[in-house]
Design a binder for this molecule. Structure first.
Ligand code: PMP
Length: 287
């Protein structure tokens, strides 16, 4: 099926959608993005993603080319035109295509490039991995220092994912100064033997996950104990449970880290419960 995608105000068949070779997203990774999941044809936590997009644009001094209201309309239109029931919508905004390669930002009048497309993912919610859990390898975190901005510079996380694949695992957790920052495309958590959920505190060192914010809120509402602090791989290997969160994985259990089973290599009750609560609440709030 030919998808309908959105490029700079137009809905086009994917085969006709074009972006300039001078686009700064292409030449400098000078762009930001968001991924919003779609369940039952509805958007999950659109408001959270729109808010973070605003912050990313502000931090990079990029123009905001489209209002949140119009963005919501584009998301809904793409869901409708593509008959998307389960999957995600990818959104990217770059600093545009000034026509010459120059490290300096382009002239004020250069219009940002706005691209959105859908990815169908049947079975996303019922993913069998939620029952069996992920295997993780650790890699050194060699990314830049502003990981709180959701930029399209994803080469290092991509290399991390490949390191995991080569090791027969599902994903990588990145480690800096001896403690875990986050996963290649998700936030990382452990559950201590005393039942406390531990995840790294927000700073420039990690992406401020939209799923993270919701899951921590639901955990606290359910009277679970939450501690926001760094943890080591050794502590994670010795924990009762581990899991990750992201917009497209929701809450996903981790059962092995660097070859060591976590929680006896079985998916734990807290990760399972948090996944249930998250999905239940998000279905209710979906728009
Ligand atoms: N950390 C990183 C590095 C990510 O790429 C992502 C997913 N984009 C996340 C965390 C999770 O963020 P969210 O819950 O907003 O998808």
């Amino acid at each position: 099926m030919t998808r309908t995608v959105y490029v700079n105000g137009e809905y086009l068949p994917e085969t006709e959608a074009k972006v300039s070779i001078f686009d700064r997203g292409f030449l400098f990774a000078d762009g930001v993005y968001e991924v919003t999941s779609v369940l039952n044809g509805k958007l999950i936590d659109f408001a959270g993603h729109a808010k973070r997009l605003d912050r990313s644009l502000t931090e990079l001094e990029m123009k905001r080319p489209i209002s949140t209201e119009d963005l919501l309309e584009v998301h809904r239109e793409l869901v409708s035109r593509n008959g998307l029931t389960e999957g995600l919508i990818y959104l990217q905004i770059t600093r545009g295509a000034p026509g010459d390669r120059d490290f300096a930002f382009p002239p004020e009048e250069t219009e940002p490039t706005v691209v959105l497309f859908t990815q169908a993912m049947p079975g996303l919610e019922a993913s069998p991995k939620a029952k069996t859990g992920l295997k993780i390898v650790s890699v050194e975190d060699l990314r830049w220092g502003r990981r709180d901005i959701k930029t399209v510079q994803l080469l290092y996380p991509s290399l991390g994912k490949m390191a995991a694949k080569k090791a027969g695992c599902d994903d990588a957790w990145m480690v800096e100064d001896g403690v875990v920052t986050e996963g290649t495309s998700n936030n990382a958590y452990i559950v201590t033997k005393a039942g406390t959920i531990v995840t790294r505190q927000l700073s420039n060192d990690i992406l401020h996950g939209i799923t993270r914010a919701a899951v921590l809120r639901f955990a606290r509402e359910a009277q679970m104990k939450v501690e926001e602090r760094p943890f080591t791989i050794a502590e994670a290997q010795d924990a009762a449970e581990a899991f990750v969160t992201s917009a497209s994985a929701f809450v996903m259990p981790v059962v092995e880290i660097d070859g060591a089973p976590v929680g006896g290599g079985m998916v734990g009750p807290i990760a399972t419960r948090l996944r249930e609560i998250y999905l239940e609440e998000m279905h209710k709030a979906a728009i």
